[in-house]
Write a protein of this length. Structure first.
Length: 329
């Protein structure tokens, strides 16, 4: 028996399955929609230097003000047509709003006004959750600024975020909270083969501290690590092994598990679309990133050891099996 397959338009599809696409129909879903809107703007304009102002009004009504030092005509035309599926969040926002308007203000500024449909979304956005998400977004998008304004309460809430140092902000914050100042530190902020890397690592001096790492690929928090983290760790191991072998330190056994204690590692990579693993994109799977980061960190590790012998020896001491007879490392 033949059954007719009925095709439905995007607008109807997104309204029926909003939670599947936005990870919820509550505060989290709204936040993902807002982050997606500004990411669409960056993608369409091929720029990353913006001032975004997000105004929260009662009953899930929003104003997104977009300011740029460059021309944003391409984004305005995209909003008008909304024919490109790559601009998913723009299309979704229009479909999920009872009112959606655009107000251009010259070549470098425009405002999107929209009210989300309360028959789709079951609650209003949580301001603190929104703030935490955009804190992360702005240190991953170091050239853009975000101003959040909550007009829903008796007293105005407002937060401004801009981190031109990128994820170094996060590394510095973690390192500052550590017992003792990390002395064995390696950092890189630059481009390799068309990909932009920020890598910061250091070792804490207190006893048996757990590993602390945070890794990102574009705007995705790869919470389970993957290619970038693996490449950095493998580079560290290769660099240390080369130093030990060249200096004939026969009592030093470079074992991977000993690299974890006390490690603080914050790393990000930006570039074209990446491949992710896991149910929620929690692992980066890109062999080129792994290869490049390993080669880079191996080189930087050797350079650091040769230039900072005293600090390096304090770090390498954990691999000296003759000294560490208790096996505590």
């Amino acid at each position: 028996m033949n059954k007719e397959i009925q095709q439905i338009e995007f607008e109807e599809h997104i309204r029926k399955r909003t939670g599947m696409y936005l990870e919820g129909v509550g505060s989290k879903g709204i936040i993902n929609l807002l982050k997606g809107l500004i990411s669409d703007c960056l993608e369409v304009t091929k720029s990353n230097s913006f001032f975004f102002q997000i105004e929260l009004k009662p009953d899930n009504e929003f104003a997104l003000v977009i300011n740029s030092s460059g021309n944003i005509d391409a984004f305005e035309r995209t909003v008008e047509k909304l024919e490109n599926l790559k601009n998913f969040h723009l299309k979704a926002c229009k479909a999920l709003s009872t009112n959606f308007t655009m107000n251009p203000q010259g070549k470098q500024k425009l405002t999107l006004n929209f009210k989300l449909d309360d028959s789709v979304f079951i609650e209003e956005v949580d301001y603190q959750e929104l703030s935490e998400n955009f804190l992360q977004w702005t240190y991953l998008n170091r050239n853009s600024e975000v101003l959040l304004i909550d007009e829903r309460e008796k007293f105005l809430n407002q937060n401004y975020y801009h981190f031109p140092e990128g994820v170094k902000y996060l590394y510095d914050r973690i390192a500052k909270e550590a017992l003792g100042k990390p002395e064995f530190e390696i950092s890189f902020d630059g481009e390799i083969d068309g990909f932009n890397y920020q890598i910061y690592l250091g070792y804490r001096t207190d006893w048996f501290p757990p590993t602390t790492f945070a890794s990102f690929a574009n705007n995705v928090h790869t919470s389970c690590g993957g290619s970038l983290i693996d490449g950095v760790i493998n580079g560290l191991i290769s660099g240390c092994r080369k130093f030990v072998n060249e200096n004939q330190l026969t009592d030093y056994k470079i074992k991977k598990k000993k690299f974890n204690n006390g490690l603080i590692l914050v790393a990000s990579v930006r570039g074209d679309e990446f491949k992710y693993g896991g149910s929620f994109k929690e692992t980066l799977e890109d062999q080129k990133i792994k290869k490049n980061s390993k080669k880079l960190i191996k080189k930087l590790t050797i350079e650091f050891i040769n230039a900072n012998r005293e600090k390096a020896e304090k770090f390498l001491w954990r691999f000296n099996e003759k000294e560490l007879t208790s096996g505590m490392y």
